[in-house]
Design a protein around this ligand. Structure first.
Ligand code: UD1
Ligand code: UDP
Length: 394
């Protein structure tokens, strides 16, 4: 069976990396990888980390791309690719423009589609925008729906879709486990990673920030930057923000926060460095989907600068809190979380609501028609729960 995996952004590559490796090792599967290059620089970092050599590179990215321009280039190039490769199945991940167009282009050619990370929903097409739409379109056309959790399966069941649904766990926990394992086993590697952040000293707390959501462009970003500038007045904090390469993010972030001594606006980090930063963080402040899944598995308290999330599990467990994009609220919530005692930074895949490190193996088994047990979280909510976050902000 020829399985063509198509992906093009950083988060997709992190979550497809372990699955591609598992497909390559699986009997009876001929794995072919196409990257679209939607995020050129940030994608290449991840490909080399997982040791994946793409068979095809569509190289669609242009500076400051519009969504319609991007989707147009993707449709044209994917159609020619499918003609050339003649895959038996296409696999896509998540919610990106790359994933949506790859699924729809396959549907137009009557090629079966598998959706990895199916069924995430907020129920609101504006948040996250345009990703909620991308997810729904993919799930309509896919015949294999790999739901990470029971709640994502429930969302899919509500929509009466035609695809077969299985609960696999999220491959992000596979990627995280493999990466943490590398860092924990290799002291020189760890020292090398830490050497990249000389400004992090034991006496100061690390507030790790990521923020790039399109629905926050404009006022939302201005608020977020104002909040960070206010928090930077605290002498006990080092604020580290790897800034997404989108010019709509780079512009306001550098304008509002450039030049503050304890605010470190750094390049997007490769996954090893970023995981190390999460391990060392006192608190993580983010609007990213993947970070909402990873940081709780590392025992880090997470505050999410969004009003709704398609990943409710960690919110329900009390380790992620939605704080919106109001500056005063962010300052109050982050301040309280920073004042709380540090929580132990331990990787606990057995306590993650999102996965147990075996999602890729389950997806491969499902594709091969081999029996497997669905993912059930070994969730001891109290094992996962970081009391500092819930107490400090309740
Ligand atoms: C976001 C989503 C993406 C989704 C898209 C539309 C994330 C991380 N990304 O993309 O999954 O498909 O909205 O749904 O949530 N750039 C670079 N180098 C890079 C990456 C980006 O220079 O490696 C710059 C370019 O100027 C590019 C711009 O960022 O034109 C925007 O990238 P794009 O992929 O269109 O938007 P995102 O907001 O990252
Ligand atoms: N990440 C990374 N380097 C960074 C920032 C984030 O490797 O400098 C990783 C992070 O661990 C997570 C993913 O990138 O796995 C999240 O990507 P992003 O925030 O771009 O997108 P989202 O998860 O919201 O789709």
């Amino acid at each position: 069976m020829k399985v063509l995996s198509v992906f093009g952004t950083r988060p997709e590559a992190i979550k497809m990396g372990p699955l591609v490796r598992a497909l390559e090792a699986a009997p009876g599967i001929h794995s072919v990888v196409c990257i679209t290059g939607q995020h050129r620089a940030m994608l290449d970092q991840v490909m080399s980390l997982f040791g994946i050599q793409p068979d095809h590179d569509l190289d669609v990215m242009v500076a400051n791309q519009t969504l319609n321009g991007l989707c147009g280039r993707l449709f044209a190039k994917l159609d020619a690719l499918y003609e050339q490769v003649q895959p038996d199945r296409v696999l896509v991940h998540g919610d990106t423009s790359t994933a949506m167009t790859a699924a729809l282009a396959a549907f137009h050619r009557r090629i079966p589609v598998g959706h990895v990370e199916a069924g995430l929903r907020t129920g609101n097409l504006d948040q996250p925008w345009p990703e909620e739409m991308n997810r729904r379109v993919i799930d309509v056309v896919a015949d294999h729906l790999f739901a990470p959790t029971a709640s994502s399966r429930y969302n899919l069941e509500q929509e009466n879709l035609g695809g077969r649904i299985t609960i696999t766990g999220n491959t992000v926990i596979d990627a995280l486990e493999q990466t943490v394992d590398r860092i924990d086993r290799d002291a020189p590697l760890r020292a090398g990673l830490d050497a990249a952040f000389p400004f992090l000293t034991p006496g100061r707390k690390l507030l790790l920030v990521t923020g790039h959501r399109r629905e926050s462009f404009g006022d939302g970003f201005a608020n977020i930057c104002r909040a960070l500038a206010e928090l930077a007045r605290r002498p006990d904090l080092e604020i580290v923000y790897p800034v997404h390469l989108n010019p709509n993010v780079q512009g306001p972030v550098h304008q509002h926060l450039g030049g503050l001594d304890n605010v470190h606006l750094i390049e997007p980090q490769d996954y090893l460095h970023f995981v190390r930063l999460m391990q060392r963080a006192h608190v993580v402040l983010t609007d990213s989907g993947g970070v909402q899944e990873e940081a709780p598995a590392l025992g880090r308290p997470v505050l999410v600068m969004r009003d709704v999330t398609e990943r409710p599990e960690a919110v329900q467990a009390g380790v992620v809190k939605l704080v919106g994009t109001d500056a005063a609220r962010i300052v109050a919530e982050v301040g309280a979380a920073c004042d709380a005692a540090p929580t132990p930074a331990r990787f606990r895949p057995d306590a993650s609501p999102y996965g147990d490190g075996r999602a890729s193996a389950r997806i491969v088994a499902a594709l091969r028609g081999v029996p497997f047990d669905e993912f059930v979280p070994g969730l001891a909510a109290d094992a996962l729960s970081t009391p500092s976050l819930t107490e400090a902000t309740s």
